[in-house]
Design a protein around this ligand. Structure first.
Ligand code: MSP
Length: 650
């Protein structure tokens, strides 16, 4: 029977300051989700955005725009980042989604009715960047003990959750379920510093923050953003709604993967809320470590002080999604912190991907092409063939054990042990010498068959980690769809067409790359210091028009930088369009004529001063122009020569 596997990432603050550290949690979850899907499990992989709260409210205010105008482009940018990194989630939840808001209200109502929520007054400190409350005694040198930034004294009427009541039950849960929180090192902190010290009731509503979910029993209060955010793990499954079939199927979650700084919210507050709701607790919470630069948590605010390339878009653009995924999954010892430098990244890519994997694939394919065309027959075993075959056959067990322990670096190390063994086999069997002797042709065929099988098996095992490279390798052996069911050595039939592919990971000149990165950072320094990458520009104060006022229509050249289908709307595509310095979300009825992949990179003409509308829950801030034929078929209108995005169309 299929097992269900429900895995979640934290939902991201729409800050726009994404760096490679942010990609860590989600790339790990994607590899785990892909591994379980390939294992035949029924997987639900959830991610999304945490959009309410004081931080967003303040940022929008600072820019003179609404919170919604502030967050929408950032949410699209985040989705774009996941697309670039080949992250394949099953649901992207926004805490501004109607169903989520309704679910949060249901949760508050339930807690209120059961007596676990009461009204009082909050007096204490608040850290806006962390959205967390602190008592004076908890502060470190008067600052937030988590992030070291300024806190503000807050005094306001608030509803409280009886967190203190759940300390004994939580303690018992920790004692009975040693797997509940991992790695073990995080348990001590939760149990000794928090649970045993006794919990205080938690302020869970704000009257001074307007950008939040109004409480159903007292709408001048909005929900505390952490309760709002944590609820996403069940609202995404329809908890409390008319259709809670997903909730019944997938809850409790198998794994909440989170960074170590937010373990406290997940391992204390969230289970207490679930207990109060009478719901089972997630099976496991994993608090992973951080990517560090110079021993400090990688963060965008320190960008100007360091010469490293940390921008995920730039990294993917220069080196490809697989290289970025590989570094994150292989280099950071799981559960611990790991240092990031561009040089380390480049060296890792060169050593493992360009040299070990890339060479193995290209040498094997080149020798098959030169000597046989298609795959030669398997032939008799001799020499070290048995050793190679044993490594191939034993690899899946090792990868599975590592992935069951959530240890992606160990899984990759098992796969690359296979790759190394195969490279050693080439040195041992010297196929280039066999090729010179016509009497050895049969042996040459057997050696190349064994190598092809080693490459194919490594590629299947690499699918969760390097989806693109794995797919390209498998396709070149005419078996693009192979899953874990095809791991047996000897599966490929003699005569299978083998096509040569261009180098998967061309060798990088580290010195040259570091110089290019330094130049790039210098160019970006002023930009990145002063403004987040994508910023919703304050809307110019101009009269919005109807389409009939054609003379007043403002038309501009835009570039489609991301595109996806609108769920449950077979005619609609949702494009992210760059128009000069601005990024817009646009919905168009062209899904019958263009695929999302075809749209990306297209130069289009956009009506930029149309009143924004929401179509099927997606914001549309403009219209992409199309020509229509007599049958209603649509074709995009594009400038005839390459024109810069943002240019006006007259
Ligand atoms: N919105 C909250 C989570 C709410 S979940 C109910 C939040 N968002 S975040 O955008 O700040 O962080 C998202 C993820 O990125 C977290 O898992 C965080 O630990 C991770 N990382 C951010 N910087 C990181 C590093 N430098 N290294 C590794 N992961 C880091 O927290």
């Amino acid at each position: 029977m299929k097992q269900t596997y429900y895995i979640t990432t934290p939902i991201y603050y729409p800050s726009g300051n994404w760096h490679i550290g942010h990609c860590y949690t989600t790339v790990i979850c994607d590899a785990l989700a892909r591994f379980h899907k390939l294992s035949g499990d029924d997987v639900f992989f959830l991610t999304g955005t945490d959009e309410h709260g004081q931080k967003v409210e303040k940022e929008a205010l600072k820019r003179g725009i609404t919170p919604r105008e502030f967050i929408d482009p950032l949410v699209f940018e985040l989705k774009d980042m996941w697309r670039l990194l080949d992250v394949e989630y099953d649901r992207f939840l926004r805490t501004t989604d109607e169903e989520h808001v309704a679910c949060v209200q249901k949760i508050y109502q339930k807690l209120y009715e059961s007596g676990d929520v009461y009204k009082s007054e909050y007096e204490g400190y608040y850290c806006t960047p962390c959205e967390s409350f602190w008592t004076e005694a908890q502060l470190k040198d008067g600052k937030c003990p988590d992030c070291g930034r300024e806190v503000v004294l807050q005094k306001e009427e608030s509803y409280f959750f009886r967190l203190s009541k759940y300390a004994p039950a939580l303690l018992e849960h920790y004692q009975k379920n040693p797997e509940f929180l991992q790695p073990k090192s995080r348990v001590n902190e939760m149990v000794n510093n928090f649970l045993k010290a006794g919990l205080q009731d938690l302020s869970i509503s704000r009257t001074t923050v307007k950008w939040g979910v109004p409480l159903p029993f007292d709408p001048k209060h909005t929900a505390y953003v952490w309760i709002d955010a944590l609820s996403n793990y069940i609202s995404a499954l329809g908890y409390g709604s008319d259709d809670d079939s997903l909730f019944r199927k997938y809850w409790p979650a198998d794994l909440h993967m989170v960074g170590k700084e937010i373990v406290r919210f997940h391992a204390i507050i969230w289970p207490a809320v679930l207990m109060a709701l009478g719901l089972p607790l997630p099976k496991q919470i994993y608090g992973h470590g951080w990517l560090l630069i110079g021993g400090e948590k990688l963060s965008k605010s320190k960008e100007a002080e360091r010469p490293e390339l940390t921008d995920p878009y730039e990294l993917v653009k220069r080196y490809g999604a697989d290289a970025v995924r590989y570094f994150l999954l292989r280099e950071i010892p799981f559960g611990s912190d790991g240092e990031y430098t561009t040089e380390r990244f480049l060296n890792r890519v060169n050593a493992d991907l360009a040299n070990d994997l890339g060479n193995l694939v290209s040498r094997t394919q080149a020798m098959i092409a030169q000597n046989f065309g298609n795959l030669p027959p398997r032939g008799a075993q001799e020499g070290t063939d048995g050793e190679l075959i044993a490594v191939c056959e034993g690899a899946y067990g090792k990868v599975k054990a590592a992935m069951d322990a959530l240890d992606a670096p160990a899984a990759l190390s098992a796969i690359f042990a296979l790759v190394s063994r195969a490279n050693k086999y080439i040195d041992e069997t010297t196929p280039w010498l066999l090729a010179k002797d016509p009497a050895k042709r049969e042996r040459l065929g057997a050696v190349l068959y064994n190598l092809a099988e080693a490459v194919r098996i490594a590629a299947i095992l690499l699918r969760p980690f390097l989806p693109r490279a794995a797919q390209a390798i498998l396709q070149s052996f005419s078996c693009g769809e192979s899953g874990f069911g095809a791991l047996a050595f000897g599966t490929l039939a003699a005569g299978t067409p083998v096509t040569r592919i261009p180098p998967l990971f061309p060798r990088l000149d580290v010195k040259k790359e570091l110089a290019a990165v330094a130049a790039l950072n210098a160019k970006n320094a002023s930009k990145t210091q002063s403004a987040p990458k994508v910023q919703s520009a304050p809307r110019p104060e101009k009269q919005e028009i109807d389409i009939s006022d054609f003379e007043k229509v403002e038309l501009k050249v835009g570039e489609v930088i991301a595109c996806e289908r609108v769920p449950k709307a077979d005619k609609l595509l949702h494009e992210t369009v760059r128009i000069g310095g601005e990024t817009r979300s646009i919905v168009s009825g062209i899904a019958k004529y263009y695929t999302p992949e075809e749209m990306v990179g297209k130069r289009v003409v956009v009506v930029t001063n149309l009143k924004p509308v929401t179509l099927r829950g997606v914001l549309s801030e403009g219209m992409i122009l199309c020509a229509e034929d007599e049958n209603g078929g649509l074709a995009l209108v594009s400038p005839e020569r390459a024109m810069k995005s943002g240019g006006s169309v007259r």
